[in-house]
Design a protein around this ligand. Structure first.
Ligand code: SF4
Ligand code: SF4
Length: 203
């Protein structure tokens, strides 16, 4: 038709006037724009979950754990992760609800064995470690002016250990002494292997 050469044509039913319409256009965008909530960054900090540069929440793993987050017990579902249609959002919501029920049904929670611990004898209360924890697991005990690790929140990532200049935070099972002992053990094992190889060549 005239005026439609080289154009994309949208054909729709205009229910207000009760007629079919043909609309020639240069470009068709099939999805409407969607933005995350303005306060999504603050929410992500409050709940200790990851947020993309575009401020969408990020799941723990897109294939292996699509509704969990890096914080245990906090799940995401639907358009808070990005543009998503209704069936996908409903499926995710059901999956998140099932995960929550499975946790509640257990009755008790297992926490990480390798958590950080503050030595209150040497902690000077400088608070340097508190913002370093990505899981907001370190609190400040104002009455004794010492840092304290909430074990239920600690993931044992070890980030805080490097920030404490007085070496007052240690990671259970990964203390300096244990790591040095591991390295010495590994080197001794390598040396035994080398000696065994030399003996085998001599034979
Ligand atoms: S950085 Fe070390 S000394 Fe400072 S508050 Fe934390 S544990 Fe205490
Ligand atoms: S080990 Fe990681 S999760 Fe635990 S308190 Fe330190 S920084 Fe936080």
């Amino acid at each position: 038709m005239q005026g439609e050469e080289g154009k994309l044509i949208i054909q729709v039913e205009d229910t207000l006037i009760g007629a079919q319409r043909r609309i020639p256009v240069d470009m068709v965008i099939l999805s409407s724009g969607l933005e995350p909530r303005h306060d999504s960054k603050e929410v992500s900090i409050k709940f200790g979950i990851s947020c993309s540069a575009d401020r969408w929440f990020i799941e723990k793993h897109p294939k292996l754990d699509p509704v969990a987050t890096m914080t245990d017990g906090v799940f995401v579902a639907g358009a808070c992760q990005g543009p998503k249609d209704i069936p996908a959002s409903v499926a995710q919501g059901s999956a998140a609800a099932a995960r929550v029920l499975s946790i509640i049904g257990q009755g008790e929670i297992e926490i990480e064995a390798a958590t950080a611990i503050v030595d209150e004898e040497t902690c000077v209360g400088c608070k340097q470690c508190i913002p370093s924890c990505p899981y907001t697991a370190i609190e400040f005990l104002a009455d004794i002016e010492k840092a304290h690790v909430v074990e239920a929140l600690c993931k044992g990532c070890g980030t805080c250990v490097g920030t404490c200049l007085s070496k007052s935070i240690k990671l259970r099972h990964f203390t300096d002494e244990q790591l040095v002992a591991e390295m010495i053990g590994a080197m001794q094992t390598m040396k035994l292997f080398e000696m065994a190889e030399v003996e085998a060549v001599d034979v």
